[in-house]
Design a protein around this ligand. Structure first.
Ligand SMILES: *Cc1c(COP(=O)(O)O)cnc(C)c1O
Length: 451
């Protein structure tokens, strides 16, 4: 096996196509339903929100979809991203396991999100969109969309979850540097926001609420479209360049993963790293896929697999997915990007059929792993991928017990340089592990509509 620390590709090796897993799964994906009629939603139902090209990608069964030259050219600004062998982490753990991680923190916004933001802004520009409205949790998606819209000369408006707006003022400044307008959500600007504030003036907000606000604004104007940073099929599709690069890099390192690990909020970074490996598994290869979520928002491990709305106000189409109920407002854990009540339908379908193994951790043990990673590998991880690090460390420690030399690949989908207040709270001993009683989940689940 090669002993390189960084396994790099050239710009010519940036993938030319996105991989569409819908071509290969044997189980059909249940259709999205219209929020009013609860009948299957057609392309026209999505037309007020998205340009037609993205709607077509959403339902496509083609295995490969070509990446437009203009998008690929922008990818060159930071792609291919590096794959690292975590030698110093391995040594600190005393594990015989080989740990690799793919690092998306080298993008301008500091995460995997620009991979789809650039593609979405491109298809909107081609369709004549003048303005994009979106929401952001931790601020990662908002900054990626601001960056992409600025490159494509599209106006960008972001509703930012109030808890993050308070915790991460520099994420907001970053969006403003790239020309976007940022509003704390819930806001007084929309009916959905005003309704939430009337019931609870101190609402910390949630992705579900922010989505309601953005969708409300988008449908009210002809020149304005909406854009989602995760969950939908086309978003997961755009992220598959990550796993395609990782496959080439693992080959270069003369290695193949026994398991692929990633954190899941809406499922896009996990899909990006793992989906391109799935055809091998379907062909009989022994490879595990482990999706890691917070105990404070345990969508896959404790939610129900059912039709539910993507937003709090019930304006989006209904998606068949794991859900904690669309009115569920998670506690304000530091991994803001993992505070979502639902999950990508594709990820849910694969969990439901046993192809992906879900797992949940409390945030203190996650930060313990994040600090170990930073002290050995140098990069300070965002709180979200720190969940994947926790799982990778646990798997490596299992190998230490058993003496097995497994190969672990995990996704370091973003850096944590705007998350220092989370580390500050961890070191000060102020970090709280929120336990979530069954009754609380059951109460939120009452909002799941009967279909
Ligand atoms: C947005 C984000 C997430 C969660 O979203 P997914 O769609 O599940 O990837 C996780 N990590 C980072 C760094 C993010 O920006």
């Amino acid at each position: 096996m090669s002993e390189e620390t960084k396994i790099l590709l050239t710009e010519n090796e940036i993938p030319e196509r996105w991989y569409n897993i819908q071509a290969d799964l044997e189980w059909p994906l249940d259709p999205a339903l219209h929020p009013g009629t609860k009948e299957p939603a057609g392309p026209d139902d999505f037309a007020p929100l998205f340009p037609m090209e993205l709607i077509m990608q959403e339902v496509s069964r083609e295995r490969w979809i070509e990446i437009p030259d203009e998008v690929r050219d922008i990818y060159r600004m930071w792609r291919p991203t590096p794959l690292y062998r975590a030698k110093r982490l391995e040594k600190a753990l005393g594990t015989p396991a080989k740990i690799f991680y793919k690092y998306e923190g080298v993008s301008p916004a500091g995460s995997h999100k620009p991979n789809t933001a650039v593609a979405q802004a491109y298809y909107n520009k081609v369709a004549g969109t003048k303005r994009i409205v979106t929401e952001t949790g931790a601020g990662q998606w908002g900054s990626a969309m601001a960056f992409a819209c600025n490159l494509m000369d599209i106006e960008c408006k972001v509703y930012m979850v109030s808890a993050s707006y308070q915790q991460k003022p520099y994420r907001k400044s970053m969006m403003e540097v790239w020309n976007a307008t940022v509003t704390s959500s819930p806001s007084n600007e929309t009916q959905s926001g005003r309704a939430i504030l009337e019931a609870n003036p101190d609402s910390p907000g949630s992705l579900g609420i922010a989505i309601s606000e953005a969708v409300e604004v988008a449908v009210s104007r002809d020149d304005t479209k909406y854009s989602l940073g995760s969950v939908l099929n086309h978003v997961l599709l755009h992220q598959t360049i990550i796993g395609q690069e990782a496959i080439k890099q693992m080959e270069k390192a003369d290695a193949y993963p026994d398991m692929v690990i990633g954190c899941v909020g809406g499922g896009s970074n996990f899909a990006g790293i793992s989906f391109p490996f799935v055809p091998d598994r379907l062909a009989g290869k022994d490879i595990r896929f482990i999706a890691v979520e917070p105990e404070a928002c345990p969508t896959l491990t404790r939610g129900e697999y059912a039709y539910d709305f993507g937003d709090t106000a019930g304006m989006t189409p209904l998606l068949k997915m794991h859900t904690l109920g669309h009115t569920f407002v998670p506690n304000p854990i530091h991994a803001g990007g993992l505070r979502y009540h639902g999950m990508a339908p594709l990820i849910s379908l694969m969990v439901h059929n046993g192809l992906i193994e879900p797992r949940a951790y409390h945030q203190k043990t996650v930060f313990e792993a994040a600090v170990l990673f930073a002290r050995t590998e140098g990069i300070i991880p965002a709180p979200e991928p720190a969940h994947a690090i926790r799982a990778a460390v646990d798997e490596a420690l299992k190998c230490k017990e058993s003496g097995e030399e497994k190969t672990i690949l995990f996704h370091m989908c973003g850096h944590g340089y705007f998350d220092m207040s989370a580390y500050e709270s961890y070191f000060a001993g102020n970090m709280v592990d929120y336990s979530l009683p069954d009754e609380e989940i059951a109460r939120a689940m009452e909002s799941v509509p009967s279909v």
